[in-house]
Design a protein around this ligand. Sequence first.
Ligand SMILES: Cc1cc2nc3c(=O)[nH]c(=O)nc-3n(C[C@H](O)[C@H](O)[C@H](O)COP(=O)(O)OP(=O)(O)OC[C@H]3O[C@@H](n4cnc5c(N)ncnc54)[C@H](O)[C@@H]3O)c2cc1C
Length: 457
Amino acid sequence: MGKLPPAFIRGLRRIVGRKNLLQKPTDLFAHSYDATNKPLQPQLVVRVTDRGQVPPILRLANFFKIPIVPRGAGTGFTGGSLTVRGGVVLLLDRLNRILGIDETRREAVVEPGVVTEDLQRAVEKIGLFYPPDPASQDVSTLGGNFSENAGGPRGVRYGVTGDWVKSVLAALPDGTLVDSGEDPALTQLLLASEGTLGVALELRLHLAKFPPDTATVRALFPDTAKACDAVTEILSSGLAPSKLEFMDAETLRCVSRYLGEPPPPGDSTLLLVELDGSPGEVGDNLPAVRGIYERRGAVELSVAREAAEQEKLWAMRRAGSPAVARLKPLKINEDVVVPRGALPRMVETIEELRHRYNLSIPVFGHAGDGNLHVNVMCDPADSGEHARARKALDELLAAVLALGGTLSGEHGVGLSKQPFIGRELPESVIELSRRVKRRLDPRNVLNPAKIIPPSEE
Ligand SMILES: Cc1cc2nc3c(=O)[nH]c(=O)nc-3n(C[C@H](O)[C@H](O)[C@H](O)COP(=O)(O)OP(=O)(O)OC[C@H]3O[C@@H](n4cnc5c(N)ncnc54)[C@H](O)[C@@H]3O)c2cc1C
């Protein structure tokens, strides 16, 4: 990695101004991380304050052939916002204006740096609803959500980010602006492209009517098999819950320790269901959920109708990620999806790996979508444990594919999952993706070396 050419830096300074070129060691350090906790330091951070600055920055980067890596809030789990071989981080979090909310058309137009929850709050004030709810929603940006096609608990009923994007205005790698307008194919091409095919500068999003009522039902089951049976019955009953979340016994033990509460008995597994809709619908569906839970052997059942009570029931689920992270220095956080019907088999496989490799593998996630966050925990300083974790991971991924699943539900591929992509996609598809990238980005400047492994020639 050579030094950045002075003429390139001068050009950037003319576009964004001196104070938006961040090059102090602390700035570079702060932008060398995302949630993977594997730092890769950029040579420069450029803070964009007006979207009109992005096309000339990209043209300049093409001229000098310098990598440009878009970044929202840097909460990604797969290294997408990190520079691989130096280059520039393009910081988009100041493009954070909600440009308009059209109540009649139920649409919002936003800049990419708007924090997800800020949009949700703004539309809720006028009775509208933006459902995608990644657990990082109080920090992550809508541009980052679009680029990863982020999902969350509400995915089971409302789908993921891509289901709510009407169109995108983006700068292609050479700086050309395109508006996908009514062309869904262009929106789809850029969606989940992890900042490798374009920089999203404006998103037009669909909104729904805010559901007037919700209820949460939390239940503990004596074992995972019974909880999986309850999931299957709820989904086949036509109840359409707005959330259906799962936490296994190992996660529950971590969470209890983290929250300073007594651990639940034995191998208890937790299921949380949220229902939403009109008060009538919610009231009518609650007894059906209770009935299923009771028939499937729930040992402890709590129902909450008021917001504050519901929040208490969700506290355990929200604590899942931070609680698990305290177990060991390294959390290999896999985000796998299996067909819903294969959930019990997947959970059994994880249980078997846990015992055979003598590892902590807490699991939680969106049971309603078959999307499980499987956390293989280890201490890299313990070479034996680290090697066992790598083997368990390898077998886990093989099992997911054998069950007809996918290796990345919502966290993208980035760098972390790049080594495994060839196990899921045929070489013909990978080669086609390389050709699309080469066509749109012949100088390979926009977020290079991500998602698709380099070709062997
Ligand atoms: C505690 C925690 C919980 C999480 N929970 C969830 C969850 O429930 N569901 C889920 O899906 N994810 C989750 N994530 C992962 C992460 O928050 C999401 O992937 C989120 O969408 C990333 O948004 P960001 O603004 O932080 O993007 P960044 O991390 O900054 O970037 C992510 C990718 O998008 C690209 N990018 C960012 N902005 C743009 C843009 N405007 N144009 C083009 N490319 C761009 C970057 O280059 C990078 O490849 C979680 C992360 C954490 C730390």
